[in-house]
Design a protein around this ligand. Sequence first.
Ligand code: SF4
Length: 379
Amino acid sequence: MTAETKLALLGQAAQYDLCASCGTHAKRTLDDIGRWIYPAVMPDGKRINLLKVLQTNVCDQNCYYCANRCGRDIPRTSLLPEELARSFDLLQRSGRASGLFLSSGLCGNAGRATERMLATVELLRKRYEYRGYIHFKLLPGVDDALIECALRVAQRVSINLEAPNDARLHALSGTKHFIDDLLAPLRRAHQLRQELGAAVSMTTQLVVGGADESDREILSTASTLYRQLSLARTYYSAFQPVPDTPLENHPPTPAWREHRLYQADFLLRCYGFQFHELVFDRHELLPRATDPKTAWALAHPERFPMEVNRAEESELLRVPGIGPISARRLSAWRRKGAIRELTQLELAGADANRAAPFILLNGHSPSRQLPLWEQSALE
Ligand code: SF4
């Protein structure tokens, strides 16, 4: 098998891993010769084309949902570090990829697989003098010395927790241990990056719905990780059954659930919300009919209507339709004169229709009002 063919196969095998805001495989651009390249947004807002690839799809683990699990009858291959480094170098020199996301199946122990990935990155950094973005996936159970090596060569490292806790992970994997294999290396990576002073961001990914877990469990874990480990992002991947796996008959998770989780996650990371403030339904799921911020606002009528000209910027962030940028602009603009019209909210970048039922403009309810029941239709 040529390196080109291997790259296509191992790019396809990496499609289920989310990273760097590159979203799902629906957003990928399939390069003319079958490489898997994704548009991605970096933490600084810069857009790059990211090659996502596995070093190998040979795996002796049996995660019940995974297309690459052992025993599944699929073509298997591995890229030598030289092959992968050379292929990526050609891609990035031709302008088709400007970042690398590198993961791997787990064959033997985590150490050997990680060493092959590190050898690839070392070649890229030293022989090919590549200085760009690398997201390095830490494998379950990897030891401290290799975590430290990864922190020295990558801009981002991550470990997929897959499930929010040990009990739920049992429904997804018969071989991974939540605390020892996943959470401990993630904690250790955080400690080491602090000790090294390494400017490396960290993320994780959770499979949504595969273990019948609730949104409350998922977001409780995510908020704890944000607080304790300063994770940059948690990615949520709606479970989709893969043929010829133990979970092939498990129902798929609807896209709206993943979307609601991302909305709630934004409230935790960017809007000053605490986990305990999130609103869940009787099944411990985020409501389907209303976005999480509107659900919170409707549960707190005592906070509204909010006077846009007097509210603190942090309070404006609580208004449906007003985000961090529009809250900042409105705070600045009102120092030069009162905000009186919904059009001023629109100019600030807010969704004025969503905000209207929850605000006062200079003491008055906005004349243009959208019924609350239509709010969800605006998302
Ligand atoms: S360790 Fe589990 S999730 Fe990762 S490739 Fe192997 S079977 Fe798939």
